[in-house]
Design a protein. Structure first.
Length: 149
């Protein structure tokens, strides 16, 4: 039996999303933590509360109760209010390692957010395409939360 190694392009993921929020950087960062944590959603309108321990080494996890859940990653770096970086498998339950960065920058009239999700792993066919769909929804929830306030 001959094993065929996957091509590197099939094993990598690179997503970059940007958005602009009409709110101060501190409020935007607080909204980011809220939307990634207790106000998180799986699909639009479907609550999926998460725990985000916002300190270096802190966990980002889904607590299902009774000792059950899923550790999505750990806070690799946090520099309030300009950077949140998570390392781990995120929502993927297969051989993968991800780096997720949120970089915030104060600009005229608000805050720009740049999200970068980079991963290396053994992605099931079609899975990488699905991963890019959730990040714009999260950024939109952050924008709506702070612009409503």
């Amino acid at each position: 039996m001959t094993a065929v190694a996957p091509e590197i392009d099939d094993m990598t993921l690179n997503i970059t999303e940007e958005t602009f929020v009409r709110a101060p950087i501190a409020q935007t960062f607080a909204a980011l933590l809220e939307e990634m944590g207790p106000s998180n959603e799986g699909r639009p309108g479907t609550p999926m509360p998460m725990t985000l321990e916002a300190w270096p080494g802190g966990r980002w996890m889904r607590d299902l109760g009774n000792g059950n859940g899923h550790c999505w990653g750990h806070v690799q770096a946090i520099k309030r209010p300009t950077l949140l970086e998570i390392a781990g498998p995120l929502m993927m339950s297969f051989a993968v390692s991800s780096n997720l960065q949120y970089r915030l920058k104060e600009t005229d009239g608000g805050t720009s957010i740049t999200l970068t999700h980079t991963a290396l792993g053994l992605f099931p066919e079609g899975y990488r395409e699905q991963l890019s769909q959730g990040w714009p929804h999260l950024l939109e929830r952050i924008r709506q939360r702070v612009e409503k306030a």
